[in-house]
Design a protein around this ligand. Sequence first.
Ligand code: NAI
Ligand code: MG
Length: 328
Amino acid sequence: MTYNIAVIPGDGIGKEVMEATILVLDNLDVDFNYTYCEAGDECLEKNGSALPDETLEIVRSSDACLFGAAGETAADVIVRLRQEMKMFANLRPVKSYPNTNSLSDNIDFIIVRENTEGLYIADKEELTEEGAIAKRIITREAEERVIDYAFKYAVENNKSKVTGVHKANVLKKSDGLFKEIFYEVGERYQDIEKEDFYVDATAMYLITQPQNFEVIVTTNLFGDILSDEGAGLVGGLGLIPSANIGENMALFEPVHGSAPDIAGKNIANPLAMMLSAVMMLRYLNENNAADKFENAILKLLSENKVLTKDLGGSSTTKEVTNEIINLL
Ligand code: NAI
Ligand code: MG
């Protein structure tokens, strides 16, 4: 089987980390048909649009999309892609790797964040005479969809527990509903353990007992905040991948941006983009290739020799890429 992959390198180090990642993918036993497309600041300058219709069409007709990074146009590009492709879940794995600035060892959980509603609905925010009001939207349909995705993810990835995170003691109606749906959906997954916590307590438990967590599912704003706490927990941007999942489309991207301060110097850490590609392989059920790729990254980090500057090394993007290919 050949997978059609839309590839959007974008701006700055997006291009460098994408090139590095494709080189590794080409050394795995999976067939990809890549279609390169444009988006971002340079694309805006050249074509008058940061996200041309042609790019949207290519993404729409692909099996999955790999995205590097955009610059100042990031919101116009990535937020619009998420909306157009109805990508309802944002996945952020939080994993401690050897020789990185992780606060503790054996951290390995994933945050599944609802991506279409909650407090992040721009047109529900308004100025009033007293100040401003933002509405928080919780629909049964959207929350059930994302919670069900979290449980499915747990089953497919050999996780034993899903934690629902909310603030139902204060937001009795909206988060009361979220909690109710969490346990309703959970009924369908008898083999998976369920627990729920308040978001403020979770913020503390992520620091004091991060090993407790396997899969966290939560609403938009809470997920946004806890994801960045998760990134801090395991040592920062250069290693954090993410996925945006929809009914028929999924897009995989590093959490970092175009990093203009280091762009074009061949020193960007390609591992966040590479770990995003590992997530794509798992999404496509190419688990052997995913394991092989992830194990090579693990070995690279354990060896602690060929690393980019952000991880305390002095190697270039290209040297790291070649070492990963050697380790496959
Ligand atoms: P950034 O993530 O690009 O950079 C933050 C800091 O981390 C910089 O010092 C950078 O050199 C470093 N860094 C980031 N990724 C790295 C990597 N792979 N290896 C080594 N060092 C790395 O965030 P910043 O500076 O806030 O934004 C720069 C541009 O990126 C802006 O135009 C912003 O709009 C855009 N951006 C795009 C995103 C996207 O496309 N999804 C996400 C975040 C920012
Ligand atoms: Mg954020």
